[in-house]
Design a binder for this molecule. Structure first.
Ligand code: 4AD
Ligand code: MG
Length: 446
């Protein structure tokens, strides 16, 4: 009796007769033997076809198969004679569903733009499929963490009338008779309303930034997860970040070993992501840059200018983030930022008004900022003056100010960029491989 199974389950079916439905990944032949590699979305298995053991038609049909032809294959699962935890399929029968046309992506090297143009096919390759499986596990770990810790999922709108993270990076669209709508840069302001209603909430959805930056870390459409908690100060916020990141990373390395191996990830580095994480102030981070003599690089009309020592007050770029985390093997929490460099909603340090109670988390191994968060300004007068300073339209923030009029409390939250997290955990050179269909300034297709 044959049983339809998935490749992810083969270890449970040794010596049993099974049916696999999938696609031909690759095929090698040597005389009277053929070795088709089959994939079914859950994994890859090598088949063994022995000419003398199968009907002639099965042998001939295998010789017709092209890469990515869709097939149903029957056979018996066996343990690999030499390799531990590797299984093979001793093929007995084949049903062809479709013979694929010559497939554009072959095992040879292709240029990145060639692959990006064929992203709808590229995601079938073993590495890309592994990344997307890890991404799915990260999302599940995030949802489980917040569910198990008493948070309520709170879905903010995507069409919004105003900016959250500054007006320079908004995408806009026409919205009936109501003028312009903007695609959300962050669900935070709505999450704050959620926290004052429900205590602890988190959002998880697509966010948009019209930044014309072609870096390895930026996409224009990305998924952000943003928890927001009433009665949390900046230290409570950092405690939560630590606990949350440890949970997600440890769970992913436990559940996704095969995928991380395919990606060549050094898991021992991720195993070190355990509480407590280093906490340094922005000022201490700048001291590290001074000690390592890392300048600020400013674009000028005739090229670049290097400014030494790194001026206090400036935001960090990739080289700064790399230098700051270099001596640590865990995520580094940089807190207490110059208020000038940060968003309008961050609470000022009561001891020093030049400082905002913000925190950025920099991933180890130079993967850059994965989380940005803060304690929020809960004083209505200060918030109003900040909205004016940032030249934001006051009338659009009236509802947000209500949160300070009716039962204002200290509260905090943070935002984690999912694709930055995937890039770090999977050790990706470029963020474009962390999402099924990346959107960048020069790419909206496929
Ligand atoms: O630091 P950001 O801009 O913070 C906020 O949006 C806050 N409202 C979050 C909060 O406190 N609730 O963005 C948060 C994170 C960054 O740390 C980064 O991981 C990711 O979102 N991110 C991007 N990821 C990919 N491409 C981009 N263009 C990104 N911009 C931000
Ligand atoms: Mg940030």
């Amino acid at each position: 009796m044959k049983k339809r199974i998935h490749i992810s389950e083969i270890a449970d079916y040794v010596d049993q007769s099974v049916e696999l439905k999938g696609w031909l990944y690759n095929i090698r032949s040597s005389g009277k033997l053929m070795f088709p590699e089959l994939r079914d979305g859950t994994g890859i298995i090598q088949g063994v076809v022995v000419k003398s053991a199968v009907p002639e038609k099965v042998w001939e049909d295998f010789s017709k198969l092209t890469q990515e032809s869709s097939v149903i294959v029957n056979g018996t699962i066996t343990k690999h004679p030499k390799k531990e935890n590797v299984f093979e399929l001793q093929v007995s029968d084949l049903q062809i569903i479709q013979i694929a046309e010559p497939y554009p992506i072959t095992p040879k090297e292709h240029g990145i733009e060639f692959l990006a143009d064929r992203r709808h096919l590229w995601i079938r390759s073993q590495k890309q499929a592994s990344i997307l499986r890890v991404r799915s596990e990260i999302v599940q770990a995030i949802r489980d963490y917040f569910y198990n810790n008493g948070f309520t999922l709170f879905d903010p709108p995507i069409f919004t009338p105003n900016a959250c993270e500054g007006t320079s990076t908004l995408f806009s669209t026409d919205y009936f008779d109501l003028g312009k709508a903007y695609l959300s840069q962050s669900g935070q302001l709505y999450a704050e309303a959620g926290a004052l209603a429900l205590g602890k909430v988190y959002t998880f959805g697509p966010t948009f930034r019209a930044e014309n930056s072609m870096t390895r870390r930026h996409i224009t459409e990305f998924w952000m997860m943003e928890p927001e908690m009433a009665y949390y100060d900046i230290d409570d916020n950092m405690d939560l970040i630590e606990d949350f990141l440890e949970y997600v990373v440890q769970r992913v390395i436990k559940k996704m070993k095969p995928e991380l191996e395919i990606l060549g990830r050094d898991i021992s580095k991720l195993e070190k992501v355990k509480k407590p994480f280093p906490r340094i102030t922005y000022t201490q981070a700048v001291e590290i840059l001074h000690r390592k003599d890392i300048p600020l690089i400013r674009k000028t009309s005739n090229g670049e200018e290097q400014i030494r020592p790194f001026p206090w007050g400036e935001d960090f770029g990739a080289p700064h983030e790399e230098a700051i985390v270099e001596d640590f093997d865990k995520p580094v929490m940089v807190h207490r930022w110059p208020s000038e460099a940060k968003a309008f909603y961050m609470k000022r340090d009561p001891n020093d008004t030049k400082i905002a109670l913000g925190v950025d988390v920099l991933a180890p191994e130079g993967f850059g900022e994965i989380i940005g968060g803060s304690q929020r300004e809960d004083n209505i007068e200060l918030l109003i003056s900040r909205i004016k300073e940032h030249e934001l339209p006051m009338e659009e923030f009236e509802w947000y100010l209500d949160l300070r009029r009716y039962g204002s409390v200290p509260h905090s939250g943070f935002g984690m960029g999912l694709e930055r997290m995937v890039s770090w955990i999977c050790n990706l050179e470029h963020i474009r491989e962390s999402i099924p269909f990346p959107r960048r300034p020069n790419r909206i297709r496929p």
